[in-house]
Design a protein around this ligand. Sequence first.
Ligand code: FES
Length: 241
Amino acid sequence: MQRRDFLFGCAAAAAIADPVLHAEHASAAQRPSAERPHEWSRARLLDTDGEPLKASSIEPRKALLFAYPFVGTPAFLIDLDKPTQRSVQLETQDDERYTWEGGVGPKRSIVAFSAICAHKMAYPTREITFINYRDEPSAVTRRAHVIHCCSEHSEYDPAAGARVLAGPATQPLAAIVLEHDAHDDSLHAVGTRGGELFDSFFERFAMKLSLEHGGAEHRPVGASTTVVPIERYCRQLMRCN
Ligand code: FES
């Protein structure tokens, strides 16, 4: 398999925060809204053979990785195997409200989120990943079907826009906006919703990312991006059991 030109390192506390609950304590008039997605390149998702990825070919309840919107910014693609929640109201750490519309595909079960932890930006690299989708109960909260970060145990609900379930993260993972074409079963990434951390990510890991990507980490992925199983990308998957 030819691995995609993206590479992701792991960095690793604060109080438990739930942005949905937090939103209830601020008046609506005080909170700005970010109701429109941030449009990035419209990138067709490809499989490891370079063919358009079919939604029906995605193995359910397994984490896949792809680069979006930049070569150096990893994202999860997951078929949760059951319909997600719809029109979930969320809020960033900057108190911006936004709506996550839900999963796509025939079962409305396919979701994508930035794989950069909203706490201290742990992310998958070729060597190791501390953040991953957990189909089995996590070691700390015992919840299943979550995205869990072993660094300080932030946990996110991928069926509800990656809202924070536990741990020190102060906002959901940024959502990747997907489009599914029912005619050919293809998938495109077209933008992001929520609290992007890309600028901070590039700043914090500048040297590491430059080494990993040969200086191409800021390059937009363009018209396509390759999806790989996380276990074929990362040598070690931290379980924090
Ligand atoms: S980096 Fe701290 S919980 Fe993920």
